[in-house]
Design a protein around this ligand. Structure first.
Ligand code: PMP
Length: 422
């Protein structure tokens, strides 16, 4: 296992020019339906800065060939670029080694891989997986599949009414030595709840369970240190942190990765193949069968550099201030119910109006250039628990401004005058 040596860029200490940063995002500079775009759907997918787009273009124009197998110059360059992205990701998440970073298509594929290759080979019938009630389908359905296949029991860690937090008394009751995996979302994409993952992982360890943190909504929004978090697995998606689609991955603690058999078979992941026998490479390559997404890795590397040049603490502060502002403005309106915590939260606001349904609202504000999302946000059981079919959701990132929140509030006011009682 090789250790990480590259240095992390220092965050800027001077005041940040958020307007200049916003101008790095060409897609934001356009009109939608005759109005300047307000993009409040970054929880679904963030936008990309010029720097990431150019890095991908440069890779295809100058360096592309298949990785690892070739010994010609272009193949070497592509290999260096791909493996360099792994070292960068290790640094970004502060894993002990770049060998603990596995590239996949994103969070969904990462969780499926871990559920199948780790839990699917280590757990026995009757073992329990403890899972919160606020999970995205991608951290629920893979466990349901496993449960169907192996007779594993899924135990649900309840949330409090209204979804403001997890019920810790229930956790104390449910966390027994029968639990072999504890898994939770770091920042909920539907509620904005920030779960205390360090504490959750510590408690999981106490009963000998492995911990998996779904980091889809946290990876690009705050400083992540997987060693301090104490998790066994942490998953992420590149497209939610200013990187390309189709690339993401996970951190896996070395002892866990080493104990896992391959997930898929094919080229790149083998040591030696005969007609009847095969030996596999060590992690992480054991889990990366086939030609990898090199251009994606290059873009991911550029995205991580970009976020660190701003500073992830600064991004987190910006997120928090903007979300607080939006929360206050929205809750000043009559007949608005906001789901999730009133205090500290991720850059996500799920809400409902008492007189306009969520889909009508989202459709209407789009006509005013405001991109919100309406529906169950891939958390159908959570919506049922909250007693709603879905919500409207505004989600923010560092390229958003308070003026855009004002535009959203104004558009919501208009929707109410048109459809509702306002
Ligand atoms: N978990 C959470 C909390 C998410 O918000 C998402 C994306 N909406 C996912 C998992 C799945 O991510 P991806 O579609 O990139 O695999």
């Amino acid at each position: 296992m090789s250790s990480v040596t590259a240095t992390v860029e220092q965050p800027r200490s001077a005041a940040i020019d958020w307007d200049a940063i916003r101008s790095d995002f060409p897609v934001l500079d356009q009109e939608i339906n005759g109005h300047p775009l307000v993009y409040f759907d970054s929880a679904a997918s963030s936008q990309r800065p010029r720097q990431v787009i150019e890095a991908i273009q440069r890779y295809y124009q100058e360096d592309h060939a298949n990785v690892h197998r070739g010994i010609h110059e272009l193949s070497n360059r592509a290999t260096v670029a791909y493996e360099g992205a792994r070292v960068r990701a290790a640094e970004f998440f502060n894993s002990h080694s770049s060998d603990e970073i596995v590239f996949t298509r994103g969070t969904t594929e990462s969780i499926n891989l871990i559920a199948s290759a780790w839990a699917g080979t280590k757990l026995r019938e009757g073992d329990q997986v403890l899972i919160t009630e606020m999970e995205h389908h991608s951290n629920l359905v893979p466990w349901q599949l496993l449960s169907e296949r192996m007779g594993i029991e899924l135990v649900f860690w309840p949330i409090h009414e209204g979804g403001e937090s997890l019920d810790w008394e229930a956790f104390d009751r449910l966390l027994t030595p029968k639990v072999k995996v504890v898994t939770c979302v770091h920042i909920s994409n539907s509620l904005g709840v920030i779960n205390p993952v360090q504490e959750i992982c510590r408690r999981a360890r106490e009963v000998g369970a492995v911990s998996l943190v779904d980091g889809a909504q946290s990876a690009g929004h705050r400083r992540i240190d997987v060693q301090a978090m104490g998790c066994d697995f942490y998953t992420f998606s590149g497209h939610k942190l200013c990187g390309p689609t189709g690339i993401g991955g996970f951190y896996g603690r070395w002892e866990c990765l080493e104990a896992m058999p391959p997930y898929q078979g094919g080229g790149e992941m083998i040591e030696e193949v005969g007609y009847t026998q095969v030996s596999y490479k060590a992690p992480p390559h054991r889990f990366e069968a086939g030609t990898p997404h090199m251009a994606g890795a290059v873009g991911l590397h550029a995205a991580m550099d970009y976020l660190d040049a701003i500073g992830r603490d600064q991004i987190a502060e910006h997120d928090a201030e903007l979300t607080r502002y939006a929360y206050d403005r929205l809750s000043d309106m009559e007949g608005v119910k906001i789901y999730g915590p009133a205090g500290e939260r991720g850059a996500v606001l799920s809400f409902l109006l008492d007189d306009v349904n969520a889909n009508d609202l989202v459709e209407y504000v789009d006509k005013r250039g405001v991109a919100l999302r309406g529906g169950h946000h891939c958390t159908q059981p959570l919506m049922k628990k909250l007693g709603v079919p879905g919500t409207a959701r505004a989600s923010f990132y560092f390229y958003n401004r308070k003026e855009e929140v004002d535009r959203m509030i104004e558009a919501i006011g208009r929707a109410r005058r048109l459809f509702g009682s306002g």
